[in-house]
Design a protein around this ligand. Structure first.
Ligand code: PLP
Length: 470
């Protein structure tokens, strides 16, 4: 293995040094869900750490795979963010992944059957079906490819060279441009930005294939989802709604297709808690068929790099089933109980719980955020100090304070000729962001695993005990 970048090599070596002396027991840190895996499955995000087979040599034989590789594991107080691993799968999902490895199967046949299972579970409108994709971003690639190629093999081989395709333009509201429109552009489609409803209608021409709708930006755009669908239908073009991070509430799985969007995508690896590299595309049967034609296992296709394995398909289906059938009120009570446990542990330092922030009608990442107020008359410590100390916790970090949700950035000499969309667009607000009030701190508890609320509470007690008194 060669690390050409000094950045990589340095941090790799330093983390090896840090990890070498600190073996820890993952079960103690992550809680033990083993014997309770059958009760109240919807209530827990715990993973079953019991091995299918004991590993006695090589990687995994010490019981701590993270230390073996010299990487620092994290407790997730941030949210369903891909850069720290998104979400974790429940034991039932892991079991389906294992069973999905039992046999070979024709992937296209499995995908079509999975699509029907998804459509049934998600109460999709008549004539709609589903597709398991390699993430919501992958769903955009194969979805837009399908719209442009239809079932024409030569076009599937040509893409992303779409200059000669009859339809290769996608209309998008300016406020709906975002980090993921790269996945539309990578198919070769040209984005046409509009602001108003009138501009949207005027932009439609014989080359227009679709209008893209970024669900999380609904309230920033002038044209609503239903209006977008109405305009597209009147002009016989398609609509695609990216609602990747926008469940829960679970009802959106059926509501958005019912609005009339031709295709809607949801991430499988966010709160659905399926495999990280999975997504769901729900859409009109013909469009889903064309999407699958542009995707792995097919070869010489743009979506050949959007591979979904048989194990992932089974895992995603199980995760979706558990997600759809969960009692969300009970889940919310569980989140409250986690925050309460933390509040109870730290109130003796004069650190008091602030009112829970929760908007059940938010467009995405619908989850409560909890925060606490430090009394500056008692402790000389800011909210940022607390978040930094949590992140610095060893051997398991708590949160990833300051880590950029967009991931590794490249060099930027001179710039910004046009600027990448992420430079210009406001980022989606995320739970776990640093608090604006310097004396408060807060985070999300929805991706904690069983027992991690206690780990956080204990660590906060330690942090506040050691903090300088005011
Ligand atoms: C997370 C996200 C995606 C990408 O989803 P993946 O499943 O990680 O590929 C796309 N669009 C939006 C709005 C997202 O939040």
């Amino acid at each position: 293995m060669s690390f050409t970048s000094g950045w990589n090599r340095r941090s790799f070596l330093s983390s090896v040094g840090a990890a070498a002396g600190s073996l820890f027991a993952p079960k103690a840190a992550f809680g033990k869900s083993k014997d309770k895996s059958n009760d109240k499955i919807n209530m827990k995000h715990g993973v079953d750490g019991s091995p299918i087979v004991p590993i006695t040599s090589g990687l995994g034989s010490t019981g701590d795979i993270y230390a073996e590789l010299g990487v620092k594991p994290l407790i997730n107080t941030v949210g369903t963010v891909t850069v720290i691993g998104g979400s974790v799968m429940k034991p039932e999902v892991m079991e389906l992944i294992r069973r999905g490895n039992e046999h070979f199967v024709l992937i296209d046949e499995l995908e079509i059957a999975a699509g029907k299972f998804i459509a049934n579970l998600c109460k999709s409108p008549a004539g709609y079906t589903g597709l398991v994709t390699g993430g919501a971003a992958a769903a955009m690639v194969v979805g837009y490819a399908g719209m442009m190629t239809e079932d024409l093999e030569p076009r599937m081989k040509m893409i992303p060279d779409v200059a000669d395709f009859p339809r290769n333009e996608v209309i998008i509201q300016k406020s709906h441009r975002y980090n993921f429109d790269h996945q539309i552009r990578q198919t070769g489609a040209k984005l046409i930005e509009v602001v108003t409803r009138e501009e949207m209608i005027a932009a439609i021409n014989p080359k227009t294939v679709a209008i893209h709708f970024t669900n999380i930006q609904s309230d920033n755009g002038k044209v609503s989802g239903p209006e977008t669908v109405e305009i597209a239908r009147a002009h016989n073009i398609y609509t695609f709604n990216d609602a990747s991070a926008d469940v829960p509430p679970v009802s959106r799985l059926w509501e958005y297709p019912a609005v009339g969007f031709d295709m809607v995508t949801f991430s499988g690896g966010k709160d659905i808690c399926g495999p990280q590299a999975s997504g769901i595309l729900i859409g009109k049967e013909e469009l889903i068929r064309w999407s699958l034609m542009n995707m792995s296992p097919q070869e010489d296709r743009i979506g050949r790099c959007c591979k979904v394995g048989k194990e992932t398909i089974f895992g995603l289906l199980k995760a979706l089933e558990i997600f759809v059938n969960q009692d969300y009120d009970a889940t919310l009570r569980m989140y409250d109980a986690r925050a309460q446990l933390i509040s109870d542990a730290i109130k003796k330092f004069g650190v008091m719980a602030k009112p829970r922030e929760f908007n059940p009608n938010a467009l995405g990442n619908v989850t409560p955020r909890y925060s606490w107020q430090i009394d500056p008359a008692k402790l000389k410590l800011t909210g940022n100090d607390v978040m930094q100390a949590l992140a610095d916790t060893k051997p398991v970090g708590i949160g990833s304070f300051g880590a950029n949700a967009a991931g590794l950035r490249g060099r930027n000499p001179g710039e910004p000729a046009g600027g990448a969309p992420q430079e210009r667009r406001p980022r989606t607000p995320r739970p776990g962001r640093p608090a604006p009030d310097p004396n408060s701190f807060g985070f999300a508890v929805w991706q904690l695993k069983e027992g991690e609320d206690k780990v956080i509470a204990d660590r906060l007690v330690e942090i506040f005990s050691q903090a300088p008194k005011a």
